[in-house]
Write a protein that binds this ligand. Sequence first.
Ligand SMILES: Nc1ncnc2c1ncn2[C@@H]1O[C@H](COP(=O)(O)OP(=O)(O)OP(=O)(O)O)[C@@H](O)[C@H]1O
Ligand SMILES: [Zn+2]
Length: 665
Amino acid sequence: MSEGMRRAQVLLPFPGEGLFDYWVPEAVVPGQIVRVPFGRGAKLGIVWSLKADPSVPDERIKPVEAIWEGLPPLPEADRELLEFTARYYLAPLGEVVAAMLPPALRRRKREPRSKGRGEEGGTVPAGPLPELTEGQRAALEAVPRDGFSATLLHGITGSGKTEVYLRLVAECLAQGRQALLLVPEIALTPQLTERVHARFPSARIVCLHSEAPAGERSAAFVAAMRGEIDVVLGTRLAVFAPFVRLGLVVVDEEHDPSYKQFEGVPYSARDLAVWRARRWNVPIVLGSATPSLESWASCEAGRYRRVALSARASGQPLPTIELIDTAQTPAEEGVSAPLAQAIEATLARGEQALVFLNRRGYAPVVRCGHCGWVSRCPNCSVNLVFHRDDGRMHCHHCGYRETPPRSCPECGALDLQPVGRGTQRLEERLQALFPQARIARIDRDAVRTLAQWETLLEEVRAGRYDLLVGTQMMAKGHDFPSLTLVGVIGADAGLYAAEVRATERMFQQLIQVAGRAGRAGAPGRVLVQTEFPQHPLFRELAAHDYAAFAARTLAERRALRLPPFAFQALLRADDEALEPALAFLEAARTTGREIAGREGWPVKVFDPVPMRLVRLARRERAQLLVEGGRRPALHAFLERWVEALRGLPHPRSLRWRLEVDPLET
Ligand SMILES: Nc1ncnc2c1ncn2[C@@H]1O[C@H](COP(=O)(O)OP(=O)(O)OP(=O)(O)O)[C@@H](O)[C@H]1O
Ligand SMILES: [Zn+2]
């Protein structure tokens, strides 16, 4: 090859390991962004190492096409983040880097120009600072600032956790460093972005999430790499934003399952955020009114420190939570008399009420009153949900839609009825009860885009609605000052579910939705309709006693050796029929048991089973659980096992993937 060139490995976003050799100029260093010829086109990649693969002869190697010299190399800490992610989640490096490099950037032929904002941003804090509450002051004092530490900020709903984050960000910016703020949902980004902007008007802030325009995401990535950004705020994908002077990481609503990525590499952004903070040797604050039991247990084990904020910033008490026993006081078309009275009184005072029902659509199923036939999705093992807006039945899993038949397809009877209740039907019922009320329904059918959501948030705040009907979209993180009453309907679903985390999710959701009530001027009230008022979960809920819930549930998990007292991985396989999926998993089980037995690794390899939702989008799905009491042994096992799995024969139509720390088993 020509003078002044050497071979290097370049990491490309590629469904596989993604490491390929190219000729690069001698001066190139690891971390530099390059464009390389690949197949008939070109790809954007990262110079990974100056070592070369000796098995590939020189003459087969091509030179890189361009080096994006205006971009500093990706820092070693961030390259290690990619390596760690690949290792921990047993994913090929090429797939992990695909999660980092924004698609629009990868398509660019030429290097994006600098906007010439290279100097560090001044942080003259603007806007009047609210006087900190005593609790906030104490919390701020308790968060260590030097070096790595993980702090769980357990602050009750409305305690002003955001203000604590903002003060920490202020210090971080004052030192000329960068802050990373994660929120679980796109819907939560406008509120936080607005507050960060208002507090730090001269700071350079970017907001990263999957709905951000592609060009914006790619520009933000470049600016962050150049160190031209002070605050990166965003959803889980922002955990891969590049940094040059990271000084602080904040994960808000840290318990939220949305931090888990399901497509592609199944990573937990919360867990990666902790890793990142440790690698950069900076503090991380995990905030929540309802911490995950994982984080709670980490506090008990001394890995995280726990800091409590136990009063609301407004000085208001937490809302009272009352249970309505629907066995005693039946709910008429979903709404019991005490709830209806409470709504009426709230509306009469000119305050807002929210009725929470975590099920969208009109009715969860259409049923024949004569023979019992129910509407099923032809592609998935679920019922079709009737929607009133288009008069059709929808599959909430694969998107299939169908007009309901006039007569029963089984027996021909003209007796088809929508059964059960979703938000659309509840809205109808509430409108009938309160004809004067201005009702807004807030669910994924009514609010589809971020822009719609922002408009709606403004309208709710401005008092354009009296009564809100909403799913979990409404439950988290929002601050509606005039909302004083929350009614909860259909809350029992999670109570006796088989899922390990079902009651944890349910409790978190109830505390969160209850926490929307009475945040500002007037005290709040929460009414929960349930058939099981004696269940300990409801007693803990009524007492706002998260610690009691956590202690009881963790004791159960410890006794049953469930997470966080055991570590899990799930191997899933799907195919056009169930048999090949099960057969693949059976072979995987045999191999797995052999490996564990041979090495003496204390790892339990369970039998394959069909998944609860066995058929999804015309694919039949099965899974196999692997469990270990210690992470290192489990990981040693998984590494060896994955190697073996890659060699297992299977039909071409079969797909499999491994998920580490699955949330749902
Ligand atoms: N020190 C303060 N003085 C006055 N108001 C404050 C103070 N700190 C926060 N607030 C206000 O209290 C309200 C609740 O704060 P915030 O939204 O940060 O709560 P939170 O702890 O994040 O609650 P949640 O977990 O329910 O989202 C906001 O309206 C905020 O402006
Ligand atoms: Zn379907």
